[in-house]
Structure formats: C-alpha cells, structure tokens
Design a protein around this ligand. Structure first.
Ligand code: ZN
Length: 350
C-alpha cells in the first residue's frame, strides 16, 4: 500500500516536472505547382505533410484553441499543431481545402479586405471564404491592404499613426465579422513586422499578434509576438519540417532588448532568461541570420545574451536559439525578429 502510494507520488511529481507543451503553428501561402517556390508548397508536398500529421498522431487544433490556451497559460496536448494560410489565395480553396477536409483538420486563413473587395482574380472572394468557413476554416485579419503597418507616413505623428492603424485593423475585423461571422481577434502581421507601438495597440484592442518568426508557441509566448514556422521553398521538405513539428516552447520568462524595430541599434544585444530544469543549457546555440552560429554568453545559470558580430542589414532579419530537451526528443526553439530602415530613414525595396 505504502509502496503504491509512493509510486503514485513519484508519477505525479514526474508529470508536474514535465515541460509545458507547445503548439507548432504552420504558415503557408500558396499550395500550387505554378506559384513562386519561395512562398509555395506543391499540392503533392501538402498532401505528404498532412498525411504525416495524421499518421504520426499530431493533434491538429484550431488557432482559436491554441490562442485560448496560450492566453490562459494552459498546457496543450502533446504534438499540437495549428495550420494557417496568409493572403487568401485561390489555391487554398482549389488545392489545400480538399486535403484538409479529407483529414478533418481545422485551419485559419488570414485575409486582406481590399483585394477581396477589388475582386483580384488570384484571391478568394467572400462567397468562397464563406463556403470554406462552413467546412472547417476560420477567416481572420491580415490588415486591410497589406501595408507595412509599423511605418509612419510623411508628416504623421505617433497619435495619427495609431489612429490610422487602429482604423485599418478594426475595419478589416468588421468586414470579416459581417461577411463570415468570425471574430478571432488575431492579426497576422503583414510581412511579420511589428514594433512595441503596434504590440501596444493590439493589446488595447484585445488582439493577439501572429508573426513570421520561427519557434514553437506556448505558455511562454508573448501574445503579441506569436511565432510560426513558414512552410515553403526549402522549408517545405518533410525532413526539415519534422524537426520543427517536434519543437518545444522555449521557457522564456524575461527578455531584454527585444524591441523588434531597430533604431540606431544595428547590432542588437538580446538578453534571455529561462526557467525550469529541462533545457540542456550547455547545448543551447544561437544563429544570427546571414552571419551563422553564435554561441550565447551566459550571464548566470538561467540568463544568456547574444549579439551579432556584424551590423544587421536594413529590412528584416532574426536571431534564432535552440536547445535540446533533457526529457524529450524535441528541441526548444525561440526566435527574435528584427526590422530596420536604411540609415537615411527610407525602407529597402521589397
Ligand atoms: Zn501576407
């Protein structure tokens, strides 16, 4: 009796000490043979990926379920995955939706209202989106016309910028609610770009902010800097994707220097504090986009910093840090995006 009780206690302690689980959010654009490889997967690749999720017992959950758990800091079931598409291309309805239906997977499409209203031929219209929404799709906000939201216009002060962007986000959400009935209150940042002012605005509006920086989301994620793994081009390969699907939410409890927009700060120093005992810290390694591996500098048992050796280029770049788990086979994965203008204040051409 005594022995059984102790065994049960041991099991309970083991469960308590297991790391909080993650949700891996996938980001797609086109599912097509005829669109640019850098933003596409082929229908055959997509079918392979969805079949892999089914056969390997992944829990494909809606983004709403994922965001609710992240907000409440609740653990998610092991192997949780959410599927998202940006920009609302026709190839989603034509090629992705039938495969998703076949597997019974929910998914989210982030749309821009202006191209829908202007009837762009490669963009799904409201009627198509309504049909998808009746069969497992959530329609959500990707801004009105896919502007670089963090950029202020000539002569615009902080308050005028905030009012313009608030109007942009609210009119998009209103159109989606009127046309589809959905109100997810989540913005997929156009180009994955955000800064503290935009994050503050989303917080005021009660919106989550979804980025394009890699990493597993979970209870340690900032609700206005939710990571996603882009799946396209070289990242559409199943072996590459497998590592990401098994990635874990890095237990980050404090970040210093994480203001994503760099102003007079071309070699940003980022300081990260971790919690718990499951991260294999001696094996933690970071990467500076375009500059390669960069070992972290440990400041104490739980805190490390990382800084690029060379100035980061204008436009978007990022730091990634990964570390093995002591108890599981997956890697903890954290990414910090950066965005900056040219030194004269102009922005690089896209
Ligand atoms: Zn987009």
């Amino acid at each position: 009796m005594m022995k059984k009780g102790l065994a049960w206690l041991g099991m309970a302690l083991l469960l308590l000490s297991l790391p909080a689980r993650a949700v891996v959010i996938l980001q797609y654009h086109h599912v097509s043979n005829s669109t640019p490889a850098s933003t596409s997967v082929t229908p055959a690749q997509f079918q392979t990926q969805m079949t892999y999720l089914s056969e390997q017992g992944f829990n494909v959950i809606s983004l709403e379920t994922a965001l609710t758990a992240i907000r409440a800091k609740q653990a998610l079931p092991a192997k949780s995955v959410a599927i998202t598409f940006d920009d609302g291309y026709q190839s989603i309805a034509a090629n992705a939706h039938p495969i998703l239906r076949q597997h019974g997977f929910p998914y989210t499409v982030f749309v821009n209202v202006a191209p829908i209203e202007q009837g762009y031929r490669n963009i799904m219209g409201w009627e198509t989106l309504r049909q998808l929404s009746r069969q497992g799709a959530t329609i959500a906000n990707h801004s009105y016309q896919h502007d670089h939201l963090i950029r202020q216009q000539a002569g615009e002060d902080d308050l005028a910028w905030q009012q313009r962007i608030r109007t942009d986000i609210e009119r998009t959400e209103t159109a989606i609610t009127e046309q589809i009935g959905h109100h997810l209150k989540a913005l997929a940042y156009p180009y994955g770009e955000y800064n503290p002012a935009l994050q503050n605005l989303l917080e005021q509006l009660g919106f989550a902010g979804i980025g394009q920086h890699s990493g597993a989301a979970g209870p340690y994620s900032n609700l206005t800097a939710i990571p996603r793994f882009p799946v396209a081009g070289p990242y559409a390969d199943l072996n590459t994707l497998k590592v990401k699907l098994h990635s874990l939410n890095m237990p980050v409890v404090a970040l210093d220097g994480a203001g994503s927009e760099l102003i007079e700060r071309r070699q940003p120093s980022l300081t990260v504090t971790l919690t718990g005992t499951d991260v294999r810290k001696r094996a933690l390694m970071c990467y500076v986009q375009g500059q390669g591996a960069k070992a972290p500098q440990w400041l104490d048992d739980n805190t490390f910093s990382i800084q690029a050796d060379l100035p980061l280029p204008a436009g978007r770049s990022r730091y990634n840090c990964t570390a093995p788990s002591l108890s599981q086979s997956g890697y903890y994965w954290f990414s910090q995006p950066w965005v900056q203008a040219n030194s004269d204040g102009s922005w690089p051409q896209e």
